[in-house]
Design a protein around this ligand. Structure first.
Ligand SMILES: [Cu+2]
Length: 137
């Protein structure tokens, strides 16, 4: 009984540490402004590349042409699960969900359908503060 309580206490402590760690990660990316501070990648030849490392995308804005489907080649460079999903807007309708992959050096391809002009939103569904804008024009 005493041992069990000790285990429970340790488990609770670990849980608290895990929550604190998550909190710190959230603070690090506290602004959820799409595309904040990221580079821009432009779809070329129907393709665009984006990668994730250190819980960040290397691209904050993807630019694409209206009415033309394209493929996102997504590379996960680290041992954290990530994906790329495209939404109509932040919290809006999902357009396409990428497969969640865990690196290092795993790649998935996300087929994005032809879209009307507008500003869309992409995120990692595991870490929603990893996000950016998809600008279609
Ligand atoms: Cu992620």
């Amino acid at each position: 009984m005493f041992d069990l309580r000790g285990t429970l206490r340790r488990t609770t402590l670990l849980g608290t540490i895990a929550l604190l760690s998550l909190g710190m990660v959230d603070c690090g990316g506290s602004t959820s402004t799409p595309g904040a501070g990221g580079a821009t990648a432009t779809v070329s030849g129907g393709k665009v590349a984006i990668s994730a490392n250190n819980l960040k995308f290397d691209v904050g804005t993807i630019k694409a042409k209206a009415g033309e489907p394209f493929t996102i080649t997504f590379t996960n460079k680290e041992g954290q699960p990530h994906n790329v999903s495209v939404y109509r807007s932040q919290g809006g309708a999902k357009i396409v969900a990428g497969e969640i992959i865990t690196g290092p050096n795993k790649t998935s391809e996300i087929s994005v359908p032809a879209l009307d002009a507008g500003t869309y939103y992409f995120q990692c569904d595991v870490h929603v503060n990893m996000n950016g804008s998809l600008v279609v024009s």
